[in-house]
Structures are given as structure tokens and as C-alpha cells.
Design a protein around this ligand. Structure first.
Ligand SMILES: Nc1nc2c([nH]c(=O)n2[C@H]2C[C@H](O)[C@@H](COP(=O)(O)OP(=O)(O)OP(=O)(O)O)O2)c(=O)[nH]1
Length: 126
């Protein structure tokens, strides 16, 4: 089982940040909440802050737990843990994604989300 964290980042217009995995990554082309695998010795919060810095150049503060979902992909399984997250600073610079979008929960339905993320959308506090 791979433990993965995901950031639920909301702007002042109730839109959420989603990002598309770039070619070459696993699940390339799927949209997701930014985040990544928890490394040994890290808390989920530490992991999320590190990943957001590494993959988007954002300094963030991780807030409350939103929910989790276990998903079985072909060949591996993940526990995806979502946390409400605030951007403290940073000009966004993408390394693992080729696009980002700010979307409402309703609009998320028109994006091809990573399958593990779909049940999480229902848990987001609009
Ligand atoms: N960050 C993130 N990963 C997700 C989400 N949903 C989902 O299924 N995943 C999957 C994609 C990956 O298999 C795994 C996260 O790993 P990662 O993106 O940190 O992987 P990595 O940098 O090591 O790169 P890769 O080798 O998997 O391409 O979880 C999500 O919302 N956010």
C-alpha cells in the first residue's frame, strides 16, 4: 500500500486547484489534487508541504484532514489522504504537471480525474 497525500486548496471564489499529470508520469493526463507519496519518517502534513514546494514551488500551511480513499490500481494500491491546505507564498512553477486549473466542485466532473480522487470530491467542503 502506498500512502499519498493530496492538497485541497480553495480560492476566494470557492474554486479548487487541480493539476494535470504531465507526460512521462504514472497516470499521465489525469487531473489530481497536488501532493505525493509520503516518505519514511514524514507526517502527512510534512509530506504535503515538501511535495507542494518540490512540484509547484509553493509554500503552504496544511490544515485539517478532509478525508481519505483507498484505491486499487492495476499493480498497486494507494491510500489517498486529503488535507485542507493554504498557500502562504510562491509563484507557481510546475515540474510534475503540465496544466493547472481552478475549478468549482461542479466543474470537476468535466475533468478526467485520477480514479482514486473521484470519491474524495464528494467529501470536499464546498
Ligand atoms: N499527488 C497525487 N497523486 C495521486 C492522486 N490521485 C492518485 O491516484 N495519485 C497517485 C498517482 C501516483 O501513482 C501516486 C502519487 O505518486 P507521486 O505523484 O508522488 O509519484 P512520483 O512523483 O513518485 O512519480 P511516479 O513515479 O508515480 O510517476 O498516487 C492525487 O490526487 N494526488
Amino acid at each position: 500500500m502506498i500512502n499519498v497525500t493530496a492538497a485541497i486548496i480553495k480560492d476566494e471564489n470557492n474554486r479548487f486547484l487541480i493539476a494535470r499529470r504531465r507526460p512521462g508520469k504514472s497516470l499521465a493526463g489525469f487531473w489530481e489534487f497536488p501532493g505525493g507519496k509520503i516518505e519514511k519518517g514524514e507526517t502527512p502534513e510534512e509530506s504535503l508541504a515538501r511535495e507542494l514546494k518540490e512540484e509547484m514551488n509553493l509554500v503552504v500551511k496544511v490544515k485539517g484532514f478532509v478525508g481519505e480513499n483507498v484505491h486499487h490500481y492495476e499493480g498497486f494500491s494507494i491510500t489517498l489522504m486529503a488535507y485542507e491546505t493554504k498557500i502562504i507564498e510562491g509563484d507557481m512553477r510546475l515540474t510534475d504537471h503540465d496544466r493547472v486549473q481552478w475549478v468549482t466542485v461542479e466543474e470537476m466532473g468535466s475533468y478526467r480525474l485520477a480514479p482514486a480522487d473521484v470519491p474524495l470530491v464528494a467529501k470536499i467542503n464546498r
